[in-house]
Design a protein around this ligand. Sequence first.
Ligand code: NAP
Ligand code: GCO
Length: 264
Amino acid sequence: MNGLFSLEGKVALVTGAAYGIGFAVAEALAEAGAKIAFNCRKKEHLEKALADYAARGIAAKGYLCDVTKEEEIADMVASVHADLGKIDILVNNAGIIKRIPMHEMGAGEFREVVDIDLVAPFLMAKAVLPDMMERGGGKIVNICSMMSELGRETVSAYASAKGGLKMLTKNIASEYGKYNIQCNGLGPGYIATPQTAPLREKQPDGSPHPFDSFILAKTPAGRWGTPEDLKGPAVFLASRASDFVNGHILYVDGGILAYIGKQP
Ligand code: NAP
Ligand code: GCO
């Protein structure tokens, strides 16, 4: 394959990669040869993540940075340049969700989700695009969601943000493709991480959470995804193998978006 999937010599910044999907994506990019930078907001998360990366033989550089704060982003990008070099691959992974019925959700709660899940990817992309333009190309991967396509009760802010992130992905692809910059989305289905833990909690009587049973019935693969399921698709979108893929959202969802669901 003539090194199509190799990331040797590349610098990758994965936001929110202290654990969960971001950690698995960063691990995959490292296994493909990239030097890894990651960030999060909490010192305790950073310190544990550095140990976890080191335990896997990954000399990741970690930075405390809130991706909603432009000045913190500028400082982090400058530090990555000094520590590892210019950024070749940006993965906008950091994200939160608030599950609140929309009529009960405060404007501030809605804005907080949109700020982290949509405005921050815009700010992060702005911070790396000039160098990518000057250096002849780059890769931006936005972690979208099934909620880039579908809605459900209580996730109005999240779906709005992730739907917007799908279109931001397409717009970056449209505006910067001429600089050999590819911007694509990775759309995980339901993945077992801390973010979805409340949806998988056993009931007091030990029975499965109703949402857990619902997702298993709706997913042809018949299981929740794991962060490891995203490793191969992430390397594909970060490598030369995807140089003619642009503005695409690659769903890694076990088939849930294709399936009407099992007859009750
Ligand atoms: P997670 O376990 O909750 O991890 C989120 C990460 O983002 C944490 O490292 C968190 O660290 C960081 N973070 C949150 N807000 C931040 C901010 N303002 N600045 C910097 N870092 C921030 O989430 P996950 O399940 O791995 O999801 C990762 C991404 O995949 C998210 O964008 C999520 O929407 C998306 N996604 C998840 C699923 C799923 O089923 N799990 C499916 C589709 C898409 P700190 O709290 O220390 O900052
Ligand atoms: C939810 C879940 C989902 C997943 C993911 C699905 O409450 O419905 O958290 O939103 O996080 O985004 O792709």
